[in-house]
Ligand binder design. Structure first.
Ligand SMILES: NC(=O)C1=CN([C@@H]2O[C@H](COP(=O)(O)OP(=O)(O)OC[C@H]3O[C@@H](n4cnc5c(N)ncnc54)[C@H](OP(=O)(O)O)[C@@H]3O)[C@@H](O)[C@H]2O)C=CC1
Ligand SMILES: O=C(O)C1=N[C@H](C(=O)O)C[C@H](O)C1
Length: 241
């Protein structure tokens, strides 16, 4: 297949390696310094674009692809306030958009485990308080991570009595909220831990990424899966978990 890479940082470069290992063609690489090339690209040369850039540029990159009818997989976090417009644009242009806050298989299994544990803990919500810690590398631009927000949504949907998340250091902790602590340390690909704490004990579940390869492989698999499809998709559509 012919892939267009948008964003050639840590993720873009890891994805390029996996695309080549799997026998795909990289027909173009768009980064900050040649971004204008995306406006003039011939859509017939691209089967699927994969976009990992930054919160301030994702919307514009995705919208440009969709308006050209290019199917696109995006993993950029921190821009989802505009996701509704992107979904409408996908439909208006009869094309395809795939989004996940985290493309790794392990994290997607962890998302399901998180929802199950939250449901189980609901019966004990008077005793246990939920909280979360996410740890990422120091170059990360957004906090909390997109994965942490998805995990918090899983708690909110399933743990009775919690209906919002708050970010430690920015928001005031509240009884009806799950507090997220965002820690930044050198070279950490991504760690997420959810805890339920009572006066006498604590239950923790934790996912630790050792490398970015899991995220990159998941994005490539999503791109292969998206080929010739139309519509709005996420990991639940691709994986049977
Ligand atoms: N969903 C998932 O599974 C995962 C999501 N992510 C997310 O993906 C995003 C990228 O992560 P990562 O690769 O580590 O970040 P990097 O900062 O390493 O790479 C981002 C790249 O995008 C480039 N860029 C900036 N602006 C534009 C633009 N307007 N058009 C095209 N390219 C641009 C940057 O160029 P320059 O350096 O010149 O600014 C840089 O090369 C982040 O939002 C991160 O949270 C990361 C891992 C997994
Ligand atoms: O910026 C990163 O590196 C990562 N971002 C994603 C997020 O915000 O959840 C996924 C992963 O944790 C790595």
């Amino acid at each position: 297949m012919n892939f267009l890479l948008i964003g050639y940082g840590k993720m873009g470069q890891t994805i390029e390696g996996i695309l080549k290992e799997r026998g795909h063609n990289v027909v173009g690489i768009i980064d900050k310094d040649n971004r204008s090339d995306l406006d003039t690209i011939n859509p017939s040369t691209v089967d699927v674009a994969i976009e990992f850039t930054q919160p301030s540029s994702a919307y514009d990159n995705i919208k440009t692809c969709l308006d050209k009818g290019i199917r696109i997989v995006s993993g950029t976090t921190g821009w989802l306030d505009k996701k509704d417009i992107i979904e409408a644009s996908t439909q208006d242009n009869n094309t395809a958009f795939f989004y996940a806050s985290n493309y790794s298989l392990g994290v997607n299994i962890f998302f399901e485990l998180n929802k199950k544990l939250a449901k189980m803990m609901s019966a004990f919500n008077a005793e246990y308080k939920s909280s979360m810690v996410e740890i990422h590398h120091t170059q990360k631009l957004d906090a909390p991570s997109g994965t942490a927000i998805t995990l918090a949504e899983g708690v909110i949907e399933n743990f009775e009595g919690v209906d919002k998340w708050t970010l430690q250091g920015e928001d005031k902790a509240v009884d009806n909220g799950i507090e997220i602590e965002a820690v930044r340390e050198p070279n950490v690909p991504g760690t997420h831990e959810i805890s339920y704490t009572s006066e006498i004990d604590r239950i923790d579940i934790k996912h630790t990424a050792f490398t970015r390869k899991g995220f990159a492989l998941g994005a490539v698999l999503a791109g292969e899966w998206l080929h010739k499809k139309e519509g709005i998709f996420g990991m639940q559509d691709m994986l049977s978990l």
